[in-house]
Design a protein around this ligand. Sequence first.
Ligand code: LER
Ligand code: MN
Length: 261
Amino acid sequence: LEMIPGMRMSASVSQVAGVRISYCGRLERTVPALHKMGYDGIEILLRRAEEIEVRSLRGLLSRYDMKVSAIGTGLAIRDGLTLSSRDERIRLKAVSRVLEFSKLAENLDCCVILGSIKGGVFPEPSLGSLEKSSRQLRDVRAVIEPLNRYESAIVNTASEAVNLIRKLDLERFGVLLDTFHMNIEEKHPAGTIEKVGKMLEHFHIADSNRRAPGDGHIQFEGIFEELKKIRYNGFISAEILQEPTSAAALQKTMRFVRAMS
Ligand code: LER
Ligand code: MN
């Protein structure tokens, strides 16, 4: 990605089968395959931090000169855990889960994503609970991801994420923008990137229908122009439906982003 110095590509991966937006399979298989397609890193979706053995993952990654861009935490909701729960027991368990992910993230030099783990639509999330959790997580290198209203009833827009970070003075927190969610919630996605500016620390790419970019109707030109303007130098991470196959969708994404940048 010569036009955008420092910008790199990663793809969501999962060792659990059946995650529709992740390249599923053993890392021994997905890491070399992504490397061959030109990816620089993986974003690992985990239910628990203990699913990763740091030393062997580091060995595998160094063989292919790959990095971990981020740890995705959304699978924790399968255990009923959310950071905005009104049930204090659940909320504290969610906080502990993120702290476990954080230790792993420090070892892998990457960020922890606070997406779905912030809370869904039902049970109704509490902003007060999310703020309490965020204060307890202030030492975590976290990125807050606004999600669309159909997936979450809390923090749907970039400005809500920025406001939360500013209000609580969360110095280590950044923002993760996902083009799929922006397409639903933001008035002007490219302008949103400009507003987030230096707080933008991670980026998910997918088209309007969660397919590979180019397979929906998002206008990506302005989005990439804005990423260049703010000199975004983090990862662009493919979080797309693996259709018709992971390889086809991820190769298409790589070609698309290279053509855009
Ligand atoms: C998580 O990164 C996300 O964007 C969710 O929509 C995935 O279900
Ligand atoms: Mn996302």
